[in-house]
Design a protein around this ligand. Structure first.
Ligand code: ZN
Length: 299
């Protein structure tokens, strides 16, 4: 099992096949092909513990594919080709005879925390592609409509021929250490008592390092040193790639200037592990993983 939830792990994306229409048509026609449905940004998962993705067979998927508004070749699971397709928002697919006996449509953001990492990763990939296709039905350059190419991996403008590729937005997470404590902060939108490390989006023309320094200064008024990259995690809500950094802030007072945070402070391992004063995000998220690595003395 991957220790990076939402990273597609052992699944083979088989990117070399995407542009080969003939090979893909053959894969699509195979009786052992598997299909992942998306409806209103959710995928069906079983009622098992842990829940598994409901993968449709070619026979089960066939009548639904006629209604699909997009279709994507995801790759291979072992030898079996895997496709995803998006059902129209209208209609009640939750009660459809193919899905209802096998599971429920769930938002990955809710169910991903309890799924096996590789299962969550597959749904994460399908969700990311689906959201990108939904949001790029029109060309950003000329406003023309786009059509799918490379079995869902490229959207081509039907007017100006611009080829649009799936987007990933880099965002960084900053674990700041001082005297055996780390800085944890609260946004007003967090659940009560939840605190996390700082996060922010990378801006155009900015290096990751510069982005980390700017965000930390903006949000808590501190300067940081010994900045070090730790690990990354895809976060398809809707299309981020989270990049985790650890750093030190030897001195200076916390200042909450920009209204984004309602509280921030330094917390020891004991305070975090006790969990009564505050709690931190689960390990499903990169923030939770970085905090866990720090508690274990691994970063
Ligand atoms: Zn265009």
């Amino acid at each position: 099992m991957s220790d990076h939830p939402l990273d597609s792990g052992p699944f083979d994306r088989a990117a070399e096949v995407r542009a080969n229409r003939q090979a893909l048509t053959e894969l699509r026609g195979r009786s052992d092909a598997l299909f992942v449905a998306m409806w209103r940004n959710k995928s069906p998962v079983t009622r098992d513990d842990p829940p598994r993705p409901v993968m449709l067979s070619a026979v089960e998927a066939e009548p639904l594919l006629d209604e699909a508004r997009s279709e994507t070749f995801l790759g291979r699971l072992g030898e079996r080709p895997v496709f995803s397709f998006a059902l129209p928002n209208a209609g009640d697919f939750a009660r459809h005879e193919v899905f209802a006996p096998r599971g429920d449509f769930n938002d990955l953001r809710m169910v991903g925390t309890v799924m096996r990492a590789e299962d969550a990763a597959l749904l994460s990939y399908a969700r990311g592609m689906n959201v990108w296709q939904r949001d790029h039905r029109f060309c950003g350059r000329c406003g023309g409509t786009t059509s799918s190419d490379e079995w869902g991996h490229v959207l081509v403008c039907t007017d100006c021929d611009t080829r649009h590729f799936p987007r990933t937005d880099p965002a960084m997470m900053a674990l700041i250490e001082r005297d055996d404590r780390i800085l944890l902060a609260r946004k007003p939108t967090f659940p009560p008592r939840m605190h996390s490390i700082l996060a922010g989006f990378v801006e155009p023309g900015e290096s990751l390092e510069a982005s980390v320094r700017r965000e930390v200064r903006e949000e808590v008024g501190l300067d940081v040193t010994e900045l070090r990259y730790v690990r990354s995690q895809p976060w398809p809500f809707p299309r981020s790639l989270m990049l985790g950094f650890v750093m030190r802030s030897p001195e200076g007072e916390i200042r909450l200037d920009d209204q984004e945070l309602e509280a921030a402070g330094w917390y020891t391992r004991e305070q975090i592990q006790a969990g009564d004063e505050i709690f931190v995000p689960p390990k499903f998220s990169l923030a939770g993983q970085l905090i866990g690595l720090w508690i274990d003395g691994d970063i």
